[in-house]
Design a protein around this ligand. Sequence first.
Ligand code: IPM
Ligand code: MG
Length: 359
Amino acid sequence: MKKKITVIKGDGIGPEIVEQAMLVLDSVASRFSHSFEYQPVLAGGCAVDAFGTPLPDETVKACLECDSVLLGAVGGPKWDGLEPALRPEKALLGIRKQMGLYSNLRPAKLFPELAEASPLKAAIAAEGIDFLVVRELTGGIYFGEKKTVIQDGERVASDVMLYSEHEVERIARVAFDTARKRRKKVTSIDKANVLESSRLWRSVVERVADEYPDVEYQNMLVDNAAMQIVRKPSQFDVIVTSNMFGDILSDEASMITGSIGMIPSSSLGDGTRGMYEPIHGSAPDIAGQDKANPIGTILSAAMMLKYSFDMEQEAACVEEAVERVLKQGYRTADMAEEGKITVGCKQMGQLIVAAMEEQ
Ligand code: IPM
Ligand code: MG
């Protein structure tokens, strides 16, 4: 198969982690006789520096005309002082919106090899962590009206959290359909005891749940959920939640699996074209030092193979290689452990490619 991949390396550690993921994709291509054509484009802080805008039109065009997008990370302190429209994060939100990527999947899975790296008590981690956060990605408070006005001589700011029925319904369907392929349990997370948008959310998800009698379903308030994720993570299979709650809970979920550097994500809409990126940020403090963990990005590339290109076997080959390298005792600095071998970003990438070739 021939696939066109738009590549956005971004800022901070973005370029180094994406380079390793591309080497892994190259290895998949040669091994399974595919051809991946990469189109590099700029977005985020580097695009602000080069073009004066975080999301150039050419980048949007490249994202809309490819088979899928691979992204590293955007942002950094250098651009923090910019006005909201010029912030690097704006690029990410713009791409998600313009590509219609409303469904964001973030798996939180504890590799047995990393049990020691999890900050949870061994007894809790031993029960297993394997759940999937399904985050709504193009609505909610991220995209509602924002403004700052002067009222009674002081600044007053607001962000509107808005959801319409069809937005909730389509993400709920993604959650239930996905749960059918897993352990058949959906937990919908909201703040329906306070927020009107959450009450709408809950009533729509409940309606969809009725159509899936074979899937166990429960609601949970977001504050309780934040607590349950560290108290008993094994109770979760699929979590479905709004844009902002999903942002927060997926960081929490990733940390209990050992390192945020390990977690990939897929963002999809109605078609097969998606965007794939690790859930961590651009980590400017370690950028350019060959210290970053490329595994989140490499596993994101594996998700791309599976969800956008229908290449199950190829994805499994990448995932197995990652597990094998962890089993061999190699770790990047973020998950360094006594008795294990700490390696840099490049070497981790090379080890994974080598493990694929051994299979
Ligand atoms: C994420 C990030 C982004 C988000 C930021 C960088 C805009 O935190 O993908 O989780 O909030 O969606
Ligand atoms: Mg986040």
